[in-house]
Design a protein around this ligand. Structure first.
Ligand code: NIG
Ligand code: FE
Length: 381
């Protein structure tokens, strides 16, 4: 079954300059053809885009979606002047442990659906609100049923039971908990931050995960400067996430390595913090991704469009750079070559915007612009 999507006013392919008066042919779950509408081959079915803009589906490479409860009160307190600390995570840990599998899965599918309706066709999902062997493994088991991009984050914070013996918690995270989680995860992550895990602990956790075949990614330099970014580059992590507090040496390390800098403006927005400097990273030649960090504490948004708008307004990105970072950049951060682009052979993950160009994602902040979404060739929205 093939479908011709034609009369696209503009088409962002991420393989060159955007096309105008373009068309795309989907065949099964893949893109079969891309080019000028006038030259499009015939297909079984036809969709008239009426001059609207199309981009690849968003690739949200950083989200924490297996949790229960919310932290409205904490957000409210922050907006009344309190500051954000890593410790708030424990509130969600208590609620998540108390939830049934069915409740956690219902929450997860609700957020994945919410993201899909806003054009996100690939989403990464971390554990990290269980912090026991059983609770981390179940979070990943539940996540793995809904996305291939699952990340073991047993090292989100030290579990409350181990607060007086963090070394014993690191032993658990690198031992029995890793054994139980590795079969359900593709990635290993650690929150390298004051109040969470230091550089030596992060190194031990990422190295242990890598030995089990999990590829590292790191929550790095979010709230303070720390060793996370340089550790990520040194270990060949796919991504260093947050990158808010960077020295020139950190920027140089990213520029000289293969690690994507994943920026999460929802977190700075919702913690009323200084934004990362995307311009500085881009000018240094670093690959930048934009993601939501969707979680109940520091960034309770599933909207990639919102992240694009903030990145353009506050972080020095052009609209084109931000759209690229939210699609191709996310794909790079997940080491995926089949998503984040519109090209023959790529997955048919497509977002049709209710707008004549992708610039409108930043130009019309807060306005829902989803006209249609295809995921794996299937029209979902
Ligand atoms: O990416 N930084 C660590 N983890 C999340 C916050 C999680 C939470 O506050 O519950 C983040 O911002
Ligand atoms: Fe995060």
């Amino acid at each position: 079954m093939s479908t011709l999507i034609t009369n696209l006013g503009s088409l962002v392919t991420n393989t060159g300059t955007p096309l105008t008066d373009a068309a795309v042919v989907i065949d099964g779950d893949r893109i079969a053809w891309v080019g000028a509408a006038a030259a499009a081959p015939p297909a079984d079915d036809r969709f008239d885009a009426e001059g609207r803009a199309m981009i690849p589906g968003f690739v949200d490479s950083h989200a924490h979606l297996v949790f229960a409860g919310d932290r409205t009160a904490e957000f409210n307190a922050r907006m009344s002047g309190q500051s954000y600390t890593a410790g708030g995570i424990r509130t969600t840990v208590a609620a998540t442990r108390a939830a049934t599998d069915a409740e956690l899965e219902a929450n997860l599918t609700r957020f994945i659906g919410e993201a899909l309706r806003q054009g996100t066709t690939t989403i990464e999902c971390k554990s990290g609100y269980g912090l026991t062997t059983e609770d981390e493994a179940r979070a990943l088991r539940i996540a793995a049923a809904h996305t291939p991009e699952t990340t073991y984050l047993g090292a989100h914070v030290v579990a409350p039971e181990f607060k007086d013996d963090p070394a014993a918690y690191v032993d658990l995270v690198t031992g029995e908990m890793l054994d139980a989680c590795a079969p359900h995860a593709r990635w290993v992550d650690v929150f390298c931050e004051q109040g969470a895990f230091d550089g030596d602990q992060a190194r031990a956790i990422l190295t242990a995960g890598a030995k089990r075949g999990l590829i590292p990614r790191v929550h790095a330099n979010q709230l303070h400067h720390g060793p996370g970014v340089q550790l990520a580059v040194e270990l060949g992590a796919a991504s260093a996430d947050h990158c808010t507090h960077l020295t020139d040496a950190d920027v140089d390390a990213l520029a000289g390595g293969d690690t994507v800098a994943t920026l999460l403006p929802g977190a700075e927005f919702s913690t009323r913090a200084k934004y990362p400097d995307a311009r500085r990273l881009l000018d240094a030649g670093v690959t930048v991704a934009l993601s939501t960090d969707c979680n109940p504490g520091s960034s309770f948004t599933s909207s990639m469009a919102f992240c694009i708008a903030v990145a353009v307004r506050e972080m020095g990105m052009t609209p084109d750079e931000a759209v690229y970072a939210a699609t191709a950049g996310g794909a790079r951060a997940l080491r995926r070559t089949d998503v984040g682009l519109v090209a023959p052979g790529a997955r048919a993950d497509l977002l049709l915007l209710d707008a004549p160009s992708a610039v409108h994602l930043a130009y019309r902040p807060g306005v829902p612009l989803t006209a249609a979404v295809w995921q794996g060739g299937v029209r979902k929205v």
